[in-house]
Design a protein around this ligand. Structure first.
Ligand SMILES: CC(C)(COP(=O)(O)OP(=O)(O)OC[C@H]1O[C@@H](n2cnc3c(N)ncnc32)[C@H](O)[C@@H]1OP(=O)(O)O)[C@@H](O)C(=O)NCCC(=O)NCCS
Length: 177
């Protein structure tokens, strides 16, 4: 019988996460989005951010997916491409940002992302959650919009990356379980 566990944590193994991330994005590793900055650097920056929190899923003891995030500080660069001050103004406790979300291909469509995301967000006290999804990742951003996330603008997270859609949703999400 398969054993699936999902745990909330503030301690992650960057090398293990990076290995899984590269399997998740194996077909796209040539893109700047997945190589510059390095996956390890990005994961470490997130893991070192004040208030960092994550959920990790294991299937039969092996890491199968994770969602990583942190609260945005008032001087965040997250909104640098967004003109609307109603969206872009940040204050302590306003926004929890999901910086990474991935599940290994062999475990997809088993609803593993659901407990990963809800498990991470259900205890958050922030007013809203925000995440950035590559413009080409239409399935994911359409699914998120169907869940109530609003497209509030676009961002190129790092030079050379594909444009990303910024999607926001009020917290709590609990009613969407
Ligand atoms: C996005 C991702 C994390 C979803 O993981 P998952 O465990 O397969 O997702 P779930 O099985 O929990 O699906 C939850 C819902 O998401 C949507 N969804 C997820 N993947 C989808 C796909 N390929 N096509 C259509 N809808 C999809 C559906 O609405 C689904 O609900 P349903 O099963 O009732 O149709 C996974 O596909 C992944 O790692 N993709 C590559 C990385 C990525 O795109 N990350 C998101 C960037 S923020």
């Amino acid at each position: 019988m398969t054993t699936v566990t999902v745990a909330v944590t503030d301690t992650v193994d960057i090398a293990e996460l990076a290995r899984v991330y590269r399997d998740v994005h194996a077909a796209d590793l040539h893109l700047a989005d997945h190589s510059d900055p390095t996956v390890e650097d990005r994961l470490r920056w997130t893991a070192e951010a004040p208030g960092f929190a994550a959920t990790v899923a294991h299937v039969d003891g092996k890491l199968a997916g994770a969602v990583l995030g942190c609260p945005l500080p008032p001087d965040t660069l997250w909104w640098r491409d967004i003109d609307d001050p109603e969206v872009a103004q940040e204050w302590p406790g306003r926004t929890f940002a999901v910086c990474e979300a991935f599940v290994l291909p062999e475990h997809r469509r088993h609803r593993l992302a659901v407990p990963l995301i809800l498990g991470l967000l259900e205890s958050r006290t922030e007013e809203r959650v925000s995440l950035a999804v590559a413009e080409t990742n239409t399935r994911v951003w359409r699914a998120l919009q169907a869940l109530g996330f609003a497209h509030v603008g676009d961002l190129v997270p790092f030079p050379g990356w594909r444009p990303h859609r910024m999607l926001n949703c009020p917290l709590p999400l609990a009613s969407r379980r």
